[in-house]
Every structure is written in structure tokens, then in C-alpha cells.
Design a protein around this ligand. Structure first.
Ligand code: 5AD
Ligand code: SF4
Length: 473
């Protein structure tokens, strides 16, 4: 069994000293100027990254920074970046470029970039050369050393680029400033060992490594005690939780333990790789009333040839068999998926098979992406003869199909009574909104503001493509 590098309490104590020193420096600044220093952070990408961002925010809060609402008023700006598709990277380049004038205006301003994007050497090199005013660039494996790195920028007044190659570490005990008061993200593992041929994640987030069950349960209890109503367990492939961790339960048992905690809350999880989603998992969900009736099971494509080229290790038929098993145990379950359109070598015939599969399953929601070439992945070197315009046409066909399916699902839901977690307001109508145990977004007529953050029984009365409306019962 391969040893996982766990950050020692001594190392965290060492980082705490930097946090305290920065806090002191920021307190002096306040005493001198009467103004509190403010930090602006923005996270791109997946929930895993959002969760990292919440830990960065936690450290910044301990350092005495207030939260800046805009980059203009900030003394410290950090972009926590995503590398999964080119579009996410382009936005960061654009935003980083726009920071130059702020730095010209205020030489004390500290600019930082963290996350998956900079963990790619070519990107870090480009940032170093083309964005000389960026002070701190920090890869995914040194999040726990953020205090030390920021301290160095402040004291040594020089650029700090810390991007060690690493299999990845597990750091417990970092402070967390959660971005929401109703839903909480709870990472149970990090990294990925699947190496799908299109995907950058295993290259930037290191090998799969699980947190200890005791640490996870402690954090889950804290989240419930703090009044959160929904916990989402996070991992690139939660179904392989516990591998490489002696004595750890498998994911189904971990899910059972978390659902077994006292309190009124819901548990979701993502992401599940279809090759590892087992009947034991479906059973654990079915037997746990607190487990949300939702399974996100990314299929990526409907053609076996493309699935093989993607290195997904299942066929369309095997995928449909899993869907069948889940629905047999939980007929009301909401199913969602990810699909990539235009993978290298995909033909129109392959694409039709994706449409066919989407029609057969009838997903409750679908995340659709046009293939984006990522440096260093096997797919980068595959022949990709289909022009971008053709891929866009395929993409539009898929979106149109899914729109139709969603509208039919919404209409079929009318008349049902569902338990909604109220968590938002519709800007158009001013009505409170929320989500059922699946992925149905519901607008509630005449609901009192006091319901925000609470569960409510709602009878669904009408539906459109994007919304379902209901009344309190
Ligand atoms: N191009 C397009 N989409 C991608 N995804 C991952 N890598 C790529 C890529 N290179 C999608 C997959 C994955 C989701 C998080 O992002 O569908 O499930
Ligand atoms: Fe998340 Fe992957 Fe994007 Fe990193 S590259 S933020 S792991 S989606």
C-alpha cells in the first residue's frame, strides 16, 4: 500500500506562525491608517476548487483581511483557477491582464494566482514571462503553505512561484471560511488516478488520496452543528474512496455513517465514475433517507469506440445497465451526467449514439461541453479532423434535445409534492426558490422570507422549460 503524504501538525503550526505575523502586520496597518486591509478572491471551476478556495479564504480571515467586494478596493487579489477547458484559462488571462492598471495605481497591491491552471508548467512559465506584476503563483500541492508564501511576498518584496511537482498531500486542520450558509462542501479525497485521455485533472491534482474517515466525520458533524442543511461530499471519483487507506471503509459505508449523524440535513456527493459505481452504493443511498435522491454519473459519450478512446473503461450498454440498477432501487432518483461533444475522431455516427443514449436515459439535467484540447493529455496527439463549426452544430442538437427532455420532466412533475430546501430568490419574480431532493429547481409562491435556509413541503403547480412553480402545503 502506497503511503500518503499527510501534512504534520508541526508543519501546520509553522504556518500558523506566518498567519499570526501577517495578522500583526495587518493590525498595524489598521492602527496607522484607520482602514482594514481587504482581500478579493475568486474561484473558477469545480466544487473541489471552490472547497480549496474556502480554505484560502479561511486563512485570509485569520490573517485579519476583510472581504473586498471588488478588485478595485482590494489590497490582495487571488484567482483560484481551473484548467479543465481552455475557456476557463482564457478568462484568467483576461482578468490577470486587467489587473495591471490596478498594480500601477497601487504598488502595495499583492496579486496571486493559485489552482489547477498554474500547476501546468507551460502556463506557469507564460505567467512568469508575460505577467511580471503577478507576485505569487501557487500550485495545487502547496495550499497549506499559503501563509508562508504570502509572508515571503510581503517581506522579501519579490515574486514567489511555488509549483512543486508532487503526487499530492493531505492537509487536515486548515481553517475554512465557507462561501454559503445553507450548503457545505466536504472534500473526502483529492486527486485522480483514472487518466481519461482528454482530462488534465490527474496531471494537476496528483494521485488519488483519501482523507481519514474520522477527520471527515468530524468535519461533517461540525457542518451539521453549524446549521447547514446540505452537505456535498467531494472527490474526483468518490467511489474509490478508501483505496490506499488501511482500515478505511468503502464509500457506501462512509455515506451511511455521514447520513447516520443526528440532525435534519441532506447529503449529496460527486463525482461517481460509472466503472466504480456499484449496487452496494445504490443500496446505501436507497437505505439512507438523508441521502439525496440524486446521482451524478458522467457518461461522456454514447459510442463504445469513443468511450474506449477516452479510456473510460465501460461500454454504453454497461452504463445503461447501471442506470437500470439505480432506477430499480430508487424509481424517483434524479440522474445527471456530463457529456463531451467532438472528442478527437468522433464521427457523426458516434455523436448520434450519444443522442440516442441521452434519449434513452432521459437525464434530469446535463452538463455539456465541446471537447477542449489539453496539453500533456493523450488526446492531444489524436487526429481531430472535424471542424469546430460542425462540433458546434452537434452541440446545439444535444442542447435542444436536452431542453425538450427537461421540459417534459418539469411538466410531468406538476401535481407532485416535494420537500424543497429553500436557498435563493428568483430575481425576476422575487419568489423564494429551492431544490428538491433531486435537481428540480422550484419557485415558491408567497413563501415567507423566514423559510430561507429551511426545508418546506411544496406542491408543484405549473412548469416551463427552466422552472417549476409550486405552493406551500
Ligand atoms: N474538454 C471538454 N470537456 C472536458 N471535461 C473534462 N476534460 C475536458 C476536456 N478536455 C468535462 C468532462 C468532465 C467535466 C468535469 O468536464 O465532461 O466530466
Ligand atoms: Fe476542478 Fe478539474 Fe477544474 Fe481543477 S481542473 S478546478 S479539478 S474541474
Amino acid at each position: 500500500m502506497k503511503e500518503i503524504t499527510r501534512i504534520s501538525p508541526d508543519e501546520l503550526a509553522r504556518q500558523q506562525i506566518y498567519i499570526d505575523q501577517i495578522a500583526e502586520e495587518n493590525a498595524e496597518y489598521f492602527a496607522r491608517t484607520g482602514r482594514r486591509r481587504l482581500a478579493y478572491t475568486h474561484t473558477y471551476g469545480c466544487q473541489q476548487n471552490v472547497s480549496d478556495g474556502e480554505r484560502i479564504d479561511g486563512m485570509l480571515a485569520q490573517m485579519g483581511y476583510g472581504r473586498a467586494e471588488s478588485v478595485e478596493e482590494a489590497d490582495f487579489i487571488l484567482y483560484n483557477t481551473c484548467a479543465v477547458r481552455e475557456g476557463a484559462e482564457d478568462r484568467v488571462y483576461g482578468n490577470a491582464g486587467a489587473l495591471k492598471h490596478l498594480k500601477n495605481r497601487n504598488k502595495e497591491l499583492i496579486l496571486a494566482i493559485a489552482g489547477c491552471m498554474v500547476q501546468q508548467k507551460s502556463v506557469a512559465d507564460k505567467l512568469y514571462k508575460s505577467f511580471p506584476y503577478i507576485d505569487l503563483v501557487m500550485g495545487t500541492h502547496v495550499l497549506h503553505r499559503f501563509p508562508e508564501l504570502l509572508f515571503r511576498v510581503m517581506k522579501e518584496k519579490q515574486r514567489v512561484y511555488e509549483l512543486p511537482e508532487s503526487e499530492g498531500v493531505v492537509a487536515e486542520g486548515l481553517p475554512v471560511l465557507r462561501s454559503d450558509s445553507i450548503h457545505a462542501w466536504l472534500p473526502i479525497m483529492n486527486g485522480c488516478d483514472n487518466f481519461c485521455s482528454y482530462c488534465i485533472v490527474p496531471h494537476v491534482r496528483g494521485r488519488e488520496r483519501s482523507r481519514r474517515p474520522g477527520d471527515i466525520l468530524r468535519e461533517a458533524s461540525d457542518i451539521v452543528a453549524a446549521g447547514y442543511k446540505e452537505i456535498t461530499l467531494l472527490g474526483q471519483n468518490v467511489n474509490s474512496y478508501g483505496k490506499n487507506l488501511e482500515g478505511a471503509p468503502g464509500f457506501p459505508d462512509l455515506l451511511r455513517s455521514i447520513c447516520g449523524l443526528e440532525g435534519d440535513f441532506r447529503v449529496r456527493f460527486m463525482t461517481s465514475h460509472p466503472k466504480d459505481a456499484t449496487p452496494e452504493l445504490f443500496k446505501a443511498m436507497a437505505e439512507s433517507p438523508k441521502a439525496a435522491r440524486h446521482l451524478h454519473l458522467p457518461v461522456q459519450a454514447g459510442s463504445d469506440q469513443i468511450l474506449k478512446a477516452m479510456n473510460r473503461k465501460y461500454t454504453a450498454e454497461a452504463y445503461l445497465e447501471k442506470i437500470h440498477q439505480v432506477r430499480e432501487l430508487m424509481p424517483d432518483i434524479a440522474l445527471t451526467s456530463d457529456i463531451i461533444v467532438g472528442f478527437p475522431g468522433e464521427t457523426e455516427e458516434d455523436f448520434e449514439k450519444t443522442l440516442e443514449l441521452v434519449k434513452t436515459v432521459g437525464f434530469d439535467s446535463l452538463f455539456m461541453f465541446i471537447y477542449s484540447k489539453r496539453k500533456g493529455t493523450p488526446a492531444e496527439r489524436m487526429d481531430d479532423p472535424i471542424p469546430a463549426e460542425e462540433k458546434s452544430r452537434w452541440f446545439s442538437r444535444l442542447v435542444a434535445l436536452q431542453d425538450e427532455i427537461m421540459e417534459a420532466k418539469h411538466r410531468a412533475a406538476v401535481g407532485r409534492t416535494v420537500r424543497v430546501l429553500v436557498d435563493g430568490t428568483d430575481p425576476k419574480t422575487g419568489r423564494l426558490t429551492g431544490k428538491d431532493s433531486g435537481v428540480l429547481r422550484v419557485r415558491i409562491e408567497e413563501a415567507p422570507e423566514s423559510l430561507m435556509g429551511q426545508f418546506a413541503q411544496v406542491k408543484l403547480t405549473s412548469a416551463s422549460r427552466h422552472w417549476v412553480d409550486g405552493v406551500l402545503v
